[in-house]
Design a protein. Structure first.
Length: 408
């Protein structure tokens, strides 16, 4: 199966050649030739002014690749970020979204992981819609250094030619993916909040907040592959585990120069505040500018203890020095998805809502009845938090009985 080009309609303008992200098209003897590198991605189709190009229907299972060439996958890839042998939860979230995209395109979902001693990763993907796990296991990748990780990932992309690559917008993902995109000469859309396939072009529609979160921009990579996007943890819902077996594993041996690096890692140690991880909390009590000062956070800490949760903050409270940045929720902070989110003294600007609106249940406490936070809240309490919060604490302590503490 190959790309279809109508020789009678083709005007030999060369736009398809420029649009091909894999250099698979060339002009020879008065016609456009399709090379073995073609993945049928369709990037050339909308560029043809004569509408002379079309992509045939998906090939049946088992269709052979051209002799001497790697089989073009066009698959949807997820970068398998991990730490101390455990996959980051964003990998599970992206696997669910990748399955939706792949289902529309008729492609497979594949995860690629780089590191050392990765034998425990396949079982962690069992029950997820992942067909293949690509593993590059090498001692030089025991720590996620950008240089070797970039070379290794670009090597696999060049070899397998996926159509889409998704990664978490974590500290590692934010550092690695731009390097990969540059070497692959493709685009990268960061901090996406929505991903879907354009039914007409088959391109990935990548939606992200823009202009300070005041608008949502949809970005399309029409003429380069892979289409790359990063997504913040907790933005996409992780799928419920199914009955699928662990994915097939492909182990890669890469050239030694792949693992060279100019950086020498002498030692590593966790940050003193590394225990603060509001993104993992089931219950969050967040405070904003309406608290009036840092004293209000002591009251919120008492409410959080009664609920068995953690304290969070809006950007205004963090900028004022009332709470550390590690507790900030919003577009410039953490994206969270707890079972219960209690917003106290938070107006509900769109930048803050972008980081918490996926919470299961949102309770807002604000003295302003017209505060935007009430637009996304499931329950709203209009009043002075100094009166409302102590009543909530007393009610929780009463319901808990003599053991203390409360069940959220």
């Amino acid at each position: 199966m190959t790309l279809r080009i109508d020789p009678d309609a083709c005007i030999l303008c060369g736009r398809c050649i420029d649009a091909c992200p894999f250099g698979a098209l060339s002009q020879e003897a008065g016609r456009i030739r399709v090379g073995d590198a073609c993945t049928l991605c369709g990037a050339c189709v909308p560029e043809c002014p004569a509408e002379a190009i079309s992509v045939p229907a998906a090939a049946p299972a088992g269709t052979a690749a051209p002799a001497g060439a790697a089989a073009p996958s066009g698959a949807v890839w997820v970068y398998g970020e991990h730490h101390e042998g455990r996959l980051h939860h964003v990998v599970h979230e992206l696997a669910g979204k990748a399955a939706e995209l792949a289902g529309t395109l008729g492609r497979s979902v594949e995860v690629v992981a780089l590191g050392h001693r990765l034998d425990g990763l396949p079982s962690q993907l069992a029950g997820l819609p992942v067909a293949t796990l690509h593993l590059v296991d090498h001692p030089a990748l025991a720590h996620p250094m950008d240089e070797p990780c970039t070379r290794a990932l670009v090597h696999l992309i060049t070899r397998e030619r996926p159509g889409i690559l998704l990664a978490g917008a974590t500290a590692h993902g934010r550092s690695l993916m731009p390097r990969v995109a540059v070497l692959c000469r493709t685009g990268l859309t960061a901090d996406c909040t929505g991903l879907e396939i354009d039914p007409h072009s088959g391109c990935l529609l990548q939606t992200r907040p823009a202009f300070g979160g005041n608008v949502l921009a949809t970005i399309v990579t029409r003429s380069r592959r892979p289409q790359m996007a990063t997504v913040r943890p907790r933005v996409m819902a992780a799928p419920e585990p199914g009955s699928a077996a662990a994915p097939a594993v492909r182990r890669w041996d890469l050239p030694p120069e792949t693992f060279a690096t100019a950086v020498e890692l002498r030692a590593s140690r966790p940050r003193a505040d590394s225990a603060i991880n509001i993104a993992e909390a089931d219950v969050l009590v967040a405070g904003g500018r309406g608290l009036g000062g840092p004293e209000g956070f002591r009251l919120l800490a008492e409410l959080a203890r009664a609920l068995g949760g953690e304290v969070a903050a809006s950007r205004a409270a963090v900028d004022a020095g009332w709470a550390p940045y590690e507790r900030q929720v919003g577009q410039t902070g953490r994206t969270v998805q707890p079972r219960l989110y209690v917003a106290v003294g938070i107006s509900g600007a769109v930048q803050h809502r972008a980081g918490m609106q996926s919470s299961d249940t949102i309770v807002a406490v604000n003295a302003d009845p017209d505060a935007p936070i009430f637009e996304v809240a499931d329950f709203g309490i209009v009043g002075d938090y100094r009166q409302v919060v102590p009543q909530l604490i007393r009610a929780l302590q009463t319901d808990a009985g003599p053991k203390g503490g409360g069940d959220a």
